[in-house]
Design a protein around this ligand. Structure first.
Ligand code: MG
Length: 304
Protein backbone atom coordinates (compact mmCIF):
# COMPACT_ATOMS: atom_id res chain seq x y z
CA UNK A 1 0.00 0.00 0.00
CA UNK A 2 1.30 3.40 -0.91
CA UNK A 3 0.12 6.34 1.16
CA UNK A 4 0.09 9.87 -0.11
CA UNK A 5 1.88 12.49 1.98
CA UNK A 6 -0.22 13.28 5.07
CA UNK A 7 -2.63 10.43 4.45
CA UNK A 8 -3.55 8.30 7.50
CA UNK A 9 -3.18 4.51 7.22
CA UNK A 10 -6.42 2.52 7.33
CA UNK A 11 -7.46 1.00 10.69
CA UNK A 12 -5.87 -2.27 11.70
CA UNK A 13 -7.83 -5.34 10.60
CA UNK A 14 -9.73 -7.26 13.24
CA UNK A 15 -11.07 -10.78 13.76
CA UNK A 16 -9.98 -13.35 11.17
CA UNK A 17 -8.09 -10.66 9.25
CA UNK A 18 -5.62 -10.50 12.17
CA UNK A 19 -4.60 -14.11 11.50
CA UNK A 20 -4.04 -13.28 7.84
CA UNK A 21 -1.83 -10.36 8.77
CA UNK A 22 0.10 -12.65 11.14
CA UNK A 23 0.80 -15.11 8.33
CA UNK A 24 1.88 -12.31 5.99
CA UNK A 25 4.24 -11.02 8.68
CA UNK A 26 5.75 -14.50 9.14
CA UNK A 27 6.50 -14.64 5.44
CA UNK A 28 7.76 -11.09 5.11
CA UNK A 29 9.90 -11.00 8.27
CA UNK A 30 13.07 -12.84 8.94
CA UNK A 31 12.87 -15.73 11.42
CA UNK A 32 14.84 -13.72 14.00
CA UNK A 33 12.50 -10.73 13.81
CA UNK A 34 9.47 -13.00 14.17
CA UNK A 35 10.91 -14.71 17.26
CA UNK A 36 11.63 -11.29 18.83
CA UNK A 37 8.07 -10.21 18.16
CA UNK A 38 6.69 -13.43 19.66
CA UNK A 39 8.84 -13.03 22.80
CA UNK A 40 7.59 -9.46 23.29
CA UNK A 41 4.00 -10.65 23.00
CA UNK A 42 4.65 -13.36 25.60
CA UNK A 43 6.11 -10.77 28.04
CA UNK A 44 3.09 -8.54 27.52
CA UNK A 45 0.76 -11.45 28.35
CA UNK A 46 2.72 -12.21 31.54
CA UNK A 47 2.58 -8.57 32.65
CA UNK A 48 -1.18 -8.54 32.19
CA UNK A 49 -1.49 -11.66 34.34
CA UNK A 50 0.67 -10.06 37.05
CA UNK A 51 -1.57 -6.96 37.12
CA UNK A 52 -4.48 -9.20 38.02
CA UNK A 53 -2.68 -10.40 41.19
CA UNK A 54 -3.17 -8.52 44.52
CA UNK A 55 -0.99 -5.42 44.64
CA UNK A 56 1.77 -6.16 47.18
CA UNK A 57 1.93 -2.43 47.94
CA UNK A 58 -1.52 -2.77 49.52
CA UNK A 59 -0.93 -5.94 51.50
CA UNK A 60 -1.00 -9.72 51.43
CA UNK A 61 -3.50 -12.49 51.94
CA UNK A 62 -0.99 -15.36 52.05
CA UNK A 63 0.40 -14.28 55.44
CA UNK A 64 -0.44 -15.71 58.92
CA UNK A 65 -3.48 -14.51 60.86
CA UNK A 66 -2.78 -12.03 63.69
CA UNK A 67 -3.59 -13.64 67.08
CA UNK A 68 -7.20 -13.07 68.11
CA UNK A 69 -7.92 -10.82 65.13
CA UNK A 70 -9.77 -11.31 61.87
CA UNK A 71 -6.79 -9.94 59.93
CA UNK A 72 -3.83 -11.41 58.15
CA UNK A 73 -0.45 -9.80 58.83
CA UNK A 74 -0.43 -6.85 56.35
CA UNK A 75 -4.05 -7.58 55.44
CA UNK A 76 -5.15 -5.46 52.45
CA UNK A 77 -8.79 -5.55 53.70
CA UNK A 78 -7.98 -4.01 57.09
CA UNK A 79 -9.75 -0.61 57.50
CA UNK A 80 -7.66 2.52 57.18
CA UNK A 81 -8.19 5.29 59.78
CA UNK A 82 -9.70 8.66 58.99
CA UNK A 83 -7.46 11.38 57.66
CA UNK A 84 -6.68 14.14 60.18
CA UNK A 85 -4.93 17.33 59.11
CA UNK A 86 -2.33 18.22 61.72
CA UNK A 87 -1.95 21.77 62.98
CA UNK A 88 0.52 24.09 61.32
CA UNK A 89 2.21 24.77 64.65
CA UNK A 90 2.79 22.49 67.63
CA UNK A 91 0.01 22.66 70.20
CA UNK A 92 -2.63 24.00 67.82
CA UNK A 93 -5.76 21.89 67.21
CA UNK A 94 -5.78 19.29 64.44
CA UNK A 95 -8.64 19.27 61.95
CA UNK A 96 -10.96 16.98 63.93
CA UNK A 97 -10.55 18.63 67.34
CA UNK A 98 -13.41 20.29 69.21
CA UNK A 99 -11.97 23.70 70.07
CA UNK A 100 -13.24 24.56 73.54
CA UNK A 101 -11.44 27.91 73.72
CA UNK A 102 -9.75 29.67 70.82
CA UNK A 103 -9.00 32.89 72.65
CA UNK A 104 -12.22 34.70 71.81
CA UNK A 105 -15.22 33.53 73.85
CA UNK A 106 -16.55 31.09 76.46
CA UNK A 107 -19.48 29.85 74.40
CA UNK A 108 -18.53 26.19 75.00
CA UNK A 109 -18.69 26.64 78.79
CA UNK A 110 -21.19 27.13 81.62
CA UNK A 111 -21.18 27.57 85.37
CA UNK A 112 -23.56 26.41 88.07
CA UNK A 113 -26.03 29.12 88.88
CA UNK A 114 -26.22 30.61 92.35
CA UNK A 115 -28.89 32.47 94.28
CA UNK A 116 -32.02 32.69 92.15
CA UNK A 117 -30.28 30.52 89.53
CA UNK A 118 -29.45 27.64 91.88
CA UNK A 119 -29.97 24.37 90.10
CA UNK A 120 -29.49 25.93 86.66
CA UNK A 121 -26.48 26.19 84.38
CA UNK A 122 -25.67 29.79 83.48
CA UNK A 123 -23.27 31.65 81.20
CA UNK A 124 -19.76 31.93 82.67
CA UNK A 125 -18.61 34.83 84.78
CA UNK A 126 -14.96 33.86 84.55
CA UNK A 127 -13.01 36.79 83.10
CA UNK A 128 -12.19 36.98 79.42
CA UNK A 129 -8.86 38.64 78.56
CA UNK A 130 -7.00 39.09 75.27
CA UNK A 131 -6.50 35.50 74.11
CA UNK A 132 -7.13 33.92 77.50
CA UNK A 133 -9.63 33.60 80.31
CA UNK A 134 -9.10 33.72 84.04
CA UNK A 135 -10.69 32.08 87.05
CA UNK A 136 -13.12 34.44 88.77
CA UNK A 137 -12.38 33.39 92.34
CA UNK A 138 -15.31 32.07 94.37
CA UNK A 139 -17.67 32.13 91.39
CA UNK A 140 -17.62 28.35 90.99
CA UNK A 141 -16.16 25.87 88.55
CA UNK A 142 -16.29 26.12 84.75
CA UNK A 143 -17.86 23.18 82.90
CA UNK A 144 -18.10 22.32 79.23
CA UNK A 145 -21.59 22.29 77.72
CA UNK A 146 -20.64 19.13 75.85
CA UNK A 147 -19.77 15.91 77.65
CA UNK A 148 -16.77 13.68 77.03
CA UNK A 149 -15.41 10.25 77.98
CA UNK A 150 -12.30 8.77 76.35
CA UNK A 151 -10.40 11.75 75.00
CA UNK A 152 -7.22 13.55 74.04
CA UNK A 153 -7.11 16.97 75.67
CA UNK A 154 -4.80 19.95 75.21
CA UNK A 155 -4.85 22.72 77.82
CA UNK A 156 -2.55 25.69 78.38
CA UNK A 157 -2.48 27.52 81.71
CA UNK A 158 -0.46 30.08 83.64
CA UNK A 159 -0.32 30.67 87.37
CA UNK A 160 -0.49 34.26 88.68
CA UNK A 161 2.58 36.50 88.59
CA UNK A 162 3.74 37.67 90.98
CA UNK A 163 2.76 34.60 93.00
CA UNK A 164 0.55 34.80 96.06
CA UNK A 165 0.23 32.34 98.93
CA UNK A 166 1.95 29.04 99.57
CA UNK A 167 1.41 25.34 99.04
CA UNK A 168 -2.17 24.59 97.90
CA UNK A 169 -3.12 28.27 98.15
CA UNK A 170 -0.73 29.35 95.37
CA UNK A 171 -2.01 29.24 91.81
CA UNK A 172 -4.40 26.37 92.49
CA UNK A 173 -6.92 25.23 89.89
CA UNK A 174 -7.40 21.88 88.20
CA UNK A 175 -8.24 20.08 84.99
CA UNK A 176 -10.96 17.72 86.18
CA UNK A 177 -11.87 15.03 83.67
CA UNK A 178 -15.50 13.92 83.69
CA UNK A 179 -15.98 16.47 86.54
CA UNK A 180 -14.32 13.92 88.85
CA UNK A 181 -10.70 13.02 88.05
CA UNK A 182 -8.32 15.91 88.72
CA UNK A 183 -4.97 16.64 87.15
CA UNK A 184 -3.76 19.30 89.53
CA UNK A 185 -2.99 22.81 88.36
CA UNK A 186 -0.77 24.66 90.83
CA UNK A 187 2.19 27.02 90.88
CA UNK A 188 4.99 24.45 91.05
CA UNK A 189 7.83 26.97 90.98
CA UNK A 190 9.68 26.76 94.32
CA UNK A 191 6.39 26.03 96.09
CA UNK A 192 6.69 23.10 98.51
CA UNK A 193 3.52 21.10 99.06
CA UNK A 194 2.60 17.43 99.49
CA UNK A 195 3.75 15.35 96.52
CA UNK A 196 0.38 13.89 95.56
CA UNK A 197 -1.04 17.40 95.44
CA UNK A 198 1.70 19.12 93.46
CA UNK A 199 1.35 20.34 89.92
CA UNK A 200 0.27 17.62 87.47
CA UNK A 201 -0.44 15.13 90.27
CA UNK A 202 -3.45 12.87 89.97
CA UNK A 203 -4.69 14.71 93.02
CA UNK A 204 -4.41 12.74 96.24
CA UNK A 205 -3.18 9.61 94.43
CA UNK A 206 -0.05 9.88 92.31
CA UNK A 207 2.65 12.57 92.13
CA UNK A 208 3.95 13.36 88.63
CA UNK A 209 7.01 11.47 87.41
CA UNK A 210 8.86 14.80 86.99
CA UNK A 211 8.41 18.51 87.68
CA UNK A 212 9.03 20.47 84.46
CA UNK A 213 7.40 23.65 85.82
CA UNK A 214 7.71 27.04 84.21
CA UNK A 215 7.87 30.23 86.27
CA UNK A 216 4.71 32.00 87.45
CA UNK A 217 3.04 33.89 84.63
CA UNK A 218 4.59 31.68 81.92
CA UNK A 219 2.35 29.39 79.88
CA UNK A 220 2.38 25.67 80.62
CA UNK A 221 0.89 22.88 78.52
CA UNK A 222 -0.94 19.73 79.47
CA UNK A 223 -1.50 17.06 76.84
CA UNK A 224 -3.71 14.39 78.32
CA UNK A 225 -4.91 11.02 77.07
CA UNK A 226 -7.76 9.78 79.23
CA UNK A 227 -9.58 6.46 79.27
CA UNK A 228 -12.88 6.74 81.11
CA UNK A 229 -13.83 4.09 83.66
CA UNK A 230 -16.38 1.44 82.74
CA UNK A 231 -19.07 0.27 85.11
CA UNK A 232 -21.18 -2.86 85.28
CA UNK A 233 -24.10 -1.91 87.46
CA UNK A 234 -22.58 -0.50 90.64
CA UNK A 235 -19.27 -2.30 90.07
CA UNK A 236 -16.14 -0.98 88.39
CA UNK A 237 -15.61 -3.09 85.27
CA UNK A 238 -12.49 -1.16 84.30
CA UNK A 239 -10.89 1.79 86.14
CA UNK A 240 -9.87 5.03 84.43
CA UNK A 241 -6.34 5.45 83.08
CA UNK A 242 -4.49 8.62 82.22
CA UNK A 243 -1.35 9.62 80.35
CA UNK A 244 -0.14 13.20 80.82
CA UNK A 245 2.56 15.28 79.16
CA UNK A 246 3.40 18.44 81.14
CA UNK A 247 5.34 20.92 79.04
CA UNK A 248 6.21 18.00 76.75
CA UNK A 249 7.51 15.81 79.60
CA UNK A 250 5.64 12.60 80.38
CA UNK A 251 4.45 12.77 83.99
CA UNK A 252 1.88 9.94 83.97
CA UNK A 253 2.22 6.88 81.77
CA UNK A 254 -1.12 5.11 81.41
CA UNK A 255 -1.60 5.41 85.18
CA UNK A 256 -4.61 3.86 86.84
CA UNK A 257 -6.86 6.32 88.67
CA UNK A 258 -8.23 4.89 91.91
CA UNK A 259 -11.34 7.05 92.10
CA UNK A 260 -12.84 10.54 91.99
CA UNK A 261 -10.82 13.41 93.43
CA UNK A 262 -11.25 13.84 97.17
CA UNK A 263 -9.42 15.73 99.93
CA UNK A 264 -7.85 13.91 102.89
CA UNK A 265 -9.63 10.66 102.03
CA UNK A 266 -9.02 7.58 99.91
CA UNK A 267 -10.61 8.03 96.49
CA UNK A 268 -13.24 5.61 95.26
CA UNK A 269 -15.53 5.24 92.27
CA UNK A 270 -19.21 5.99 92.09
CA UNK A 271 -20.82 4.87 88.80
CA UNK A 272 -21.60 7.60 86.31
CA UNK A 273 -22.41 8.10 82.65
CA UNK A 274 -19.97 7.26 79.86
CA UNK A 275 -19.58 10.97 79.08
CA UNK A 276 -19.53 13.86 81.56
CA UNK A 277 -18.48 17.54 81.36
CA UNK A 278 -14.84 18.54 81.48
CA UNK A 279 -14.40 20.86 84.47
CA UNK A 280 -11.86 23.57 85.33
CA UNK A 281 -11.61 24.15 89.05
CA UNK A 282 -12.25 27.41 90.89
CA UNK A 283 -9.83 27.17 93.83
CA UNK A 284 -10.04 30.93 94.40
CA UNK A 285 -6.79 31.78 92.55
CA UNK A 286 -6.72 33.83 89.29
CA UNK A 287 -5.18 31.10 87.12
CA UNK A 288 -5.35 31.78 83.37
CA UNK A 289 -6.21 29.38 80.55
CA UNK A 290 -5.91 29.48 76.75
CA UNK A 291 -5.87 27.18 73.69
CA UNK A 292 -8.08 24.33 74.90
CA UNK A 293 -9.12 21.60 72.50
CA UNK A 294 -10.29 18.02 72.78
CA UNK A 295 -10.70 14.97 70.56
CA UNK A 296 -12.83 11.94 71.30
CA UNK A 297 -10.72 8.80 71.02
CA UNK A 298 -11.75 6.30 68.41
CA UNK A 299 -11.04 2.61 68.50
CA UNK A 300 -8.74 0.51 66.35
CA UNK A 301 -9.89 -0.72 62.95
CA UNK A 302 -12.57 1.96 62.54
CA UNK A 303 -12.71 2.94 58.89
CA UNK A 304 -12.07 6.60 58.13
MG1 MG B 1 -6.74 21.90 92.23
Amino acid sequence: MILAAGEEPPPAPAGCFADAIRIILMVAMTRTDFLKLSAAAALSTAATAQNQQPNPDLGFTDTPMLPGMPWHVHDPARPHPKVVVPANVPGAPPSDAIVLFDGTDLSHWVQRGRGANTGKMVDPVWKLGPGYFEVAGNSGDLLTREKFGDCQLHVEWASPAPPHGNSQARGNSGVILMSRYEIQVLDAWENPTYADGQTAAIYGQWPPLANPARKPGEWNTYDIVFEAPRFAGDQVAKPAFVTVFYNGVVVHNHKEIIGAMVYRQVAHYTPHASEEPLLLQDHHDPVRYRNIWIRRLGSYDQAG
